[in-house]
Design a protein around this ligand. Structure first.
Ligand code: ZN
Length: 71
């Protein structure tokens, strides 16, 4: 029913060869550990892990200069 927004984020690109990765797994949030998605590059088999919740948190902490006045 309620799918988190992070559920539909696109897989990142491989840091080594730049090819798109495929999601192979997902680690649920355990205690203080955030939710982690695990991606694998088909070309070089490099494993990449992404923490969507941390990315969202970083996006919330944008520089103050980007903020517009309300009126
Ligand atoms: Zn790769």
């Amino acid at each position: 029913m309620s799918v988190p927004h992070s559920e539909i984020c696109l897989p990142p690109r491989c840091e080594s060869c730049g090819v798109g990765t495929v999601r192979i797994g997902k680690l649920p949030r355990i205690g203080l550990r955030p939710l982690v998605y695990v991606y694998k590059c088909d070309a070089c088999n490099r494993i990449t892990s992404v923490e969507p919740e941390r990315q969202e948190e970083a996006a919330r902490r944008r520089p103050v200069s980007a903020r517009r006045p309300r009126r």
